[in-house]
Design a protein around this ligand. Sequence first.
Ligand SMILES: CC(C)(COP(=O)(O)OP(=O)(O)OC[C@H]1O[C@@H](n2cnc3c(N)ncnc32)[C@H](O)[C@@H]1OP(=O)(O)O)[C@@H](O)C(=O)NCCC(=O)NCCS
Length: 374
Amino acid sequence: MSTFKEGLQDVVAATSSICYIDGDNGVLSYRGIDIHDLAESSSFEEVCYLLWFGTLPRTAEIDRLAGDLAKNRPVPPEVFALIKSFPRDANPMDVMRTAVTALGLYDPDRSATDAEANLRKAYRLTGQIAGIVAAYERIRHGHEPVAPDATLRHAANFLYMLSGKRPSATAEKAMDVALILHADHELNASTFAGRVTAATLSDMHSGVTSAIGALKGPLHGGANIEVMRMLLEIGEVSKVDAWVKEALASKKKISGFGHRVYRTEDPRATHLRMMSRELCENSGNGKWFEMSRLIEETVKREKKINANVDFYSATVYYTLGIAVDLFTPIFAVSRISGWTAHILEQLGNNRLIRPRAEYLGPAYPARYIPMGER
Ligand SMILES: CC(C)(COP(=O)(O)OP(=O)(O)OC[C@H]1O[C@@H](n2cnc3c(N)ncnc32)[C@H](O)[C@@H]1OP(=O)(O)O)[C@@H](O)C(=O)NCCC(=O)NCCS
């Protein structure tokens, strides 16, 4: 047996043609196309096409996909009824995980597991997860969910369903770029969890439910919430330096920093930093960007650790007026495209994923001691 690597660091656990990362040089690409090109020129719908089908779409193909995604947005009323029964102070990631399980029960392809049905489930889940996040936000504040608007693209429609108001062009663009940047990231913990579940020949909704559970944790997608909580706790630019030094001295991990794969800047952070600056300054909230810059400078100087995707996405979402506990669910609104692409790829050439553990327990054979002798 091969030697154990803690946290499976640098272990290659699958072959994949979806996402290429060069952690030493800060490169991220979907299907070989650099993330910077995609962030600058593409759209979330185009990225979905790229992840699911492997090539950039032509006009007719992107129009068809955008139409299909829009048609698949409605969430069954039974699922809304279920969400209405949830506690108003539930963790929105728990709401999403439970609602996705329920979506599986009402999916028109629920008993089909062929590749075409799985692709339809990928469309449907991508449309519906955004609807679930928006609906829970409305319901917990005593409002009815907003029906999707089929004339709006995914990013704009999501913001519309959250607030009931059509977003500004700036807000739509910021959300679209954020969705592009979060869409896929090779074998991150949630995608791996999704692939492991799919590889047992379970079903698409079970795979996505596993992925949502993994994304929730603060070492993964949950970090963007922790970043904003940290900024709110610090509160003032003048308090940053002392707060960060104290946190580092007490060996505290600072959310939004460090990465298992990147040894240099996370290329997604480069875009999100620019977006954060623009949105914070233009909305009169320059303080959040200033504090973030100062935290980044201090962590880099003291620990030589770079900001990751979650650091600047926090202030991007905050200045868009989004509730802090929805930041991780928004990660899932995007990453559903990558999760489903990976599940489709896994099932295209499947083998059960079943590694081994290095046994460290009592030596075998240990004697079974009868009850009266213990
Ligand atoms: C992402 C993360 C889980 C990667 O973990 P990992 O590859 O197991 O790396 P480790 O936790 O072993 O960290 C390696 C070293 O860097 C330090 N480090 C890593 N991330 C740090 C952080 N965010 N703040 C302070 N120190 C950090 C560790 O303390 C450790 O230092 P040491 O060798 O002196 O003990 C980790 O960097 C982290 O917890 N970051 C904060 C949470 C976060 O932002 N998650 C989102 C990731 S996209």
